[in-house]
Design a protein around this ligand. Sequence first.
Ligand code: NAD
Ligand code: ZN
Ligand code: ZN
Length: 344
Amino acid sequence: MATSSRAALVTDFTQPLSIGTVEIPEPQGFEAVVKVRYSGVCHTDLHAAKGDWPVKPTPPFVPGHEGVGEVIAVGPEVTRVAVGDIVGNAWLWTACGECEFCEAGWETLCLAQKNGGYAVNGSFGDYMLVDSRYCPIIPDGVDLDAIAPIPCAGVTVYKGLKMADTKPGEWVLVSGIGGLGHVAVQYAVALGRRVVAIDIDDAKLALATKHGAELTVNAREFADPSARVKDLTSGGVHGALVTAVNAHAFPQALYSLRRGGTLCLNGLPPDSFPLDIFSVVLNGWTVRGSIVGTRRDMEEAIDFFARGLVRPTFTTRPIGDINDIFDEMLAGGIDGRIVLDLAR
Ligand code: NAD
Ligand code: ZN
Ligand code: ZN
């Protein structure tokens, strides 16, 4: 096995990524080494590369938490996967397994968790390390390029939709129809919800319609986009999932809610919005955050893909394009997801 390999590295939050080499670690304990075939590029990778958030990764590091590939070596304690299996990495790279949150099946809230492509080198490279107890296992026979976005975008919105707390037949607003949002529309439809999509770009809204949204609203075209959503849905949506990367989208989604509705926050722009206490109280609204999904959510989200109920819209690109891809992402110019093809 090679001892070093090609990877896209963040060396400085103010500089473009560089293509360099990193050591391929010997797998310890429950770890496995994976030859990466494809990796989705999530907006979180861009936030990581720019050091956008209060808790920052430490350069140099390799981003990427939507990788899929083949296990080529396993540590001495590994039982869940074997050499030759196809697995993914994920944002929830590992957790402690013992704290009050892990015990309760909320490992996504574990304070000792480590995150892929952030605290641990990720999938923007030819090889990656995974924790075999936490890595998603990819079923046989699926298209590896198409499934790559599911271990982050897919599981995040699948869980987010659960947390938005709607029933079949009810309206859910999906705000932001990017990598996460266009998959959210598909999960919502598969779960029997009626979807209103909101974005600031007609091309994104056309993608939402293609994936089953009944109604679309271009927030740039209405002085009060929430009023438009309320008109279209006879009183407002029952739940809203915000995946947008702009803080303006969050109050817009809040005011689109029906009385008793739930706003679930997935998007992570590094800003805030003021919460209108009076309206939240009088309308009985719930506002909550949702971070990726548990291992069980991951299995369920992958199963929807395997059964053909969701399929990301994606374009494959070589790893050498990573800085261009980030520029396109910042400009909002990506249709669905970009998936890196590590064979290129
Ligand atoms: P993306 O760049 O693919 O998509 C963002 C979308 O937001 C684009 O379609 C853009 O047009 C839209 N948008 C921008 N401004 C808007 C506005 N004012 N109103 C409505 N839409 C607007 O990004 P992505 O990969 O889908 O990630 C989205 C966000 O979700 C990022 O902040 C990312 O870090 C975060 N994220 C969170 C989790 C989680 O677990 N909570 C997981 C993955 C990603
Ligand atoms: Zn992600
Ligand atoms: Zn824990």
